[in-house]
Design a protein around this ligand. Structure first.
Ligand code: ARG
Length: 494
């Protein structure tokens, strides 16, 4: 018996192929089977379905394959599964599977369940990348590196300070993903098609068996909304953007123009023509993926825009964008973790780069303010003039400053005199950083404390991840026991 019944004639092959989600349903097939189990358990428990009928259905579900059948001409896996049950058990029995539920609440629930897992996998990968950054800090955090604004040398900083900046952006990604998880982890089951159902389905019981921490309160919202999918793709996009900026720096810093880091050959490719090449291809793909993930976000938003309530098949088109975004961002972050872990700073190059390029000039200006009683803008102008002379003559700033400070400041009506040695020391990058007094600044003395705090962040993510995984595993065990317990009853009696 075809569960589509006789209300409609056969769909055209073309229309069926066009509207079917079979090609994408493999991702949620396991979850769809679980939802069927939890729903049947609730029906039997409430006395809505005869125990024997329920037991047979459970026995079928316990052995059901999450494989998408290439032979089945189904609209989706939901239909395939029910059709298989009817073919096997007969419609008198399997015909109760969809009593009090709809594909609408079922698919919304299955997506949320799969998404939970994807979020946890993503979180694990972000954490790996964070750990790789901290490992670099432990090895070479104290190395001085040029800091940039407008991609022009700005001020020296430490390798640690730069790595912490990326770590902290990723930490916000972690926080966002954890908040997202809470909103995803609400069960739509019991919404049925959109209005709820007269069948006694204990929504909280079903939610518990499926590991949800609560319910999507409104049945129409339960089946109509995909904002958690959009939110997940948004989170994926933000993380991918953060990753792309790190990827870009790996590419820049490993180029011969910068020459600040050496990447492992494991993440590079050679050229088919130029024998000397070592291309940072993994980082290039990581940079590019942000574009694809953002494309998915735009697509999902555009599909949802102005879509009337409640369920429309348009919603089906959102789902593949969700999986692609989650997978792309996860592989991006993972590959970057490997690249960061295996990269090493080129210390001689970096030492040359932070010396004598005038990027500590603001230190001299600040000194003039503190010791010579001028405003910062007056000091800025004096030092700016010294830098101009240094740039024009090619003489290092400390030399120019030592010989010209008095004359240049005289034109301001002030006459500053300083020992050449004192000027050189003020302009020294290590001393410059040692004088940074603000929290979160690049003073090397702060590295140990800042590292500890971030190790604490990682530890707390790790334990939150473990907690959520344990909760899901416990629910899965309970669902299995419930299902097998019921399924066994038919075998015992027959
Ligand atoms: N294949 C659908 C999806 O992915 C499942 C729900 C279909 N509902 C319906 N009324 N046709 O969204």
């Amino acid at each position: 018996m075809d569960i589509r019944g006789t209300r409609l004639r056969k769909p055209s092959d073309e229309a069926l192929a066009f509207t079917s989600s079979m090609a994408d349903d493999g991702r949620i097939a396991r979850q769809v089977i679980s939802v069927n189990m939890a729903h049947m358990a609730a029906l039997v428990r409430a006395g809505e379905v005869d125990r024997r009928v329920g037991a047979k259905c459970m026995s079928f579900l316990a052995g059901a394959s999450p494989k998408i059948s290439s032979r089945a001409k189904s609209e989706d896996f939901h239909q395939q599964l029910e059709q298989e049950a009817v073919d096997l058990l007969g419609v008198e029995t399997a015909g109760f599977l969809n009593y009090g539920k709809s594909r609408n609440d079922q698919v919304a629930t299955a997506i949320r369940m799969e998404l939970r897992g994807s979020i946890l996998v993503l979180l694990g990968s972000i954490m790996e990348l964070q750990v790789a950054l901290l490992e670099q800090v432990k090895r070479d955090g104290g190395v001085l590196v040029p800091g940039y604004t407008h991609l022009q040398r700005a001020q020296p900083t430490t390798f640690a300070h730069h790595l912490f900046a990326h770590f902290d952006a990723l930490q916000r990604d972690v926080e966002r993903a954890l908040q997202l998880y809470q909103r995803v982890n609400q069960s739509p089951m019991g919404s049925a098609a959109m209005a709820g159902t007269s069948v006694n389905v204990d929504r909280r019981y079903v939610a518990g068996l499926l590991g949800f921490s609560g319910l999507v309160r409104n049945a129409m919202d339960g089946v109509s909304s995909r904002d958690v999918a959009v939110e997940a793709i948004s989170c994926a996009t933000i993380t991918a953007l953060d990753a792309s900026r790190l990827a870009e720096e790996l590419i820049l810093w490993s180029s011969s123009e910068f020459g600040y880091i050496e990447l492992s050959d494991a993440y590079a490719a050679s050229s088919s023509i130029m024998p000397q090449k070592k291309n940072a291809v993994a980082a290039e793909m990581a940079r590019a993926k942000a574009g694809s993930v953002l494309g998915g976000l735009v697509a999902a938003c555009a599909i949802l825009k102005a879509l009337p309530y409640a369920y429309n098949l348009d919603l089906q088109e959102v789902t593949p964008h969700l999986w692609r975004a989650m997978d792309d961002v996860t592989s991006t972050v993972r590959v970057l973790a490997g690249m960061v872990a295996s990269a090493s700073p080129k210390k001689e190059r970096l030492a040359l780069a932070v010396r004598g390029d005038g990027s500590t000039a603001v230190g001299l200006a600040n000194h003039l303010v503190k010791e010579h009683g001028v405003s910062f803008r007056q000091a800025h102008v004096v030092v700016g003039e010294l830098v101009r002379i240094s740039a024009e003559t090619g003489a290092p700033l400390y030399e120019v400053a030592a010989s010209k400070l008095a004359a240049v400041s005289a034109s301001l009506g002030k006459k500053f005199t300083m020992e050449g040695e004192a000027i050189e020391s003020i302009l020294d990058p290590a001393r410059f950083l040692g004088e940074v007094a603000t929290e979160g600044g690049a003073n090397p003395r702060l590295i140990t404390k800042e590292l500890k705090a971030r190790e604490g962040d990682v530890a707390s993510t790790r334990s939150m991840l473990a907690e959520r995984k344990a909760a899901l595993a416990a629910a899965e065990r309970k669902l299995r026991t419930t299902t097998l317990g019921l399924a066994r009853e038919v075998k015992l009696r027959e």
